[in-house]
Design a protein around this ligand. Structure first.
Ligand code: ATP
Length: 351
């Protein structure tokens, strides 16, 4: 069986549970992002996979083999961790070839492999440069090349781009994704940046409080968040709490019926929330009636050039609507308006 299996892994530091029963299966060759807020256990999980931390419970299996007992250096991993800085006294080429040297590769192999990797990370001809002569982005590319030199089975990266400025970071996200696609190597990246995860991942693992909240493709997680935490953490979301009104998918929000497609399976009278993305909320000038039309007031309009954000108040709740400049409704701060919530865009979260 090929791929990585994280089999009911738990990790405690004294009385503190940093990981609670993590159970995940990843097929080979995928780009996986562990995503969650600070302290949720992402790095601990990566360190357990790497063999840098011993799990309190559970096992790690790679291609069906239990590797839990193997030390990090025998797991055939490429790692880009903040704690594994480049060696400042070695050249770029010596840094990249380091892993090959300690594995006994001859000089010709080391040279060929280093040149190949420098081409791959778009730094050709820099093997003799000193690390101190490189920019932050170039250093990160060298760190990636160094980790890949040993042809690892798994490529693990902990917040690899966090030290870079916003623009370079976005460029490197695309580069890293394309590089992984070309090499087809199973890759796990820890990040707390949802945009970064959505850019790079085939599979996103959303974590909170030492537990996995949801696993899925970026689109699936964005469109179908399983709970309020995921809905709010991935992109932004409007949350309307209410009560299930019947078997027809209606949720009663502040006495007003909101038709949903997803609420049909829920039992009448139970509490439920509707999550709807700002780009799905339609804003109509004035008072309009119709299904899923609710009265609201515009509290602020933010024209951001590429998009227009309309902040609204609806029955004491803040609602955000986003439109493009072309489809911008003719409304302004202080206007009484109507918001429309298309039933198909209303994700229902059981509470
Ligand atoms: P961040 O994004 O801030 O790095 P994270 O999700 O990667 O957060 P972890 O580093 O995995 O979080 O830490 C999870 C929790 O476990 C934190 O509360 C942290 O304080 C705790 N923790 C991690 N390592 C240790 C340790 N060696 N001893 C005690 N507690 C630890």
């Amino acid at each position: 069986m090929s791929g990585l299996r994280i089999d009911h892994v738990g990790k405690s530091f004294g009385m503190f549970e940093a990981l609670k029963d993590i159970d995940l299966d990843f097929p080979d060759g995928k780009f996986i992002c562990l995503l969650g807020p600070s302290g949720c256990g992402k790095t601990t999980l990566l360190r357990v996979i790497a063999g840098l931390e011993t799990p309190t419970r559970g096992r790690i299996l790679l291609d069906g083999t239990d590797i839990s007992g193997l030390p990090a250096h025998r797991r055939n991993l490429g790692m880009v961790f903040q704690s594994l800085a480049l060696f400042p006294h070695l050249t770029v080429g010596e840094n990249i070839a380091y892993g090959l040297r300690i594995r006994g590769a001859d000089q010709a192999t080391r040279r060929r492999k280093t040149e190949e990797l420098l081409d791959l990370v778009r730094l050709p001809g820099t093997a003799d440069r000193q690390i101190s002569q490189l920019s932050g982005g170039q250093r990160q590319r060298v760190a990636i090349a160094r980790a890949l030199a040993i042809d690892p089975k798994l490529f693990l990266l902990d917040e690899p781009l966090s030290a870079l400025d916003a623009k370079l970071r976005e460029t490197m996200q695309v580069e890293l994704k394309l590089l992984q696609k070309r090499l087809g190597i199973s890759t796990i990246v820890v990040t707390h940046d949802q945009r970064e995860a959505l850019t790079m991942a085939d599979i996103v693992v959303v974590m909170n409080h030492a537990e996995v909240q949801q696993v899925g493709s970026p689109l699936d997680i964005y469109r179908n968040p399983v709970n309020a935490f995921v809905a709010d953490f991935i992109g932004s979301s409007n949350l309307l709490t209410g009560v299930v009104g019947g078997e027809d998918g209606v949720i009663i929000v502040d006495g007003l019926p909101v038709q949903t497609e997803a609420g049909r399976a829920l039992v009448r009278g139970t509490k439920a929330s509707i999550s709807i993305r700002p780009e799905e909320v339609l804003v109509h000038p004035g008072t309009e009636t119709g299904p899923n039309h609710l009265p609201a007031k515009v509290t602020f309009v933010r024209d951001l050039g590429a998009s227009v954000e309309i902040m609204l108040e609806c029955s004491g709740r803040e609602i955000l609507a986003v439109s493009s400049p072309r489809t911008r409704p003719a409304v302004d701060t202080g206007d009484a308006v109507t918001i429309e919530l298309p039933p198909a865009a209303c994700v229902v979260l059981a509470s």
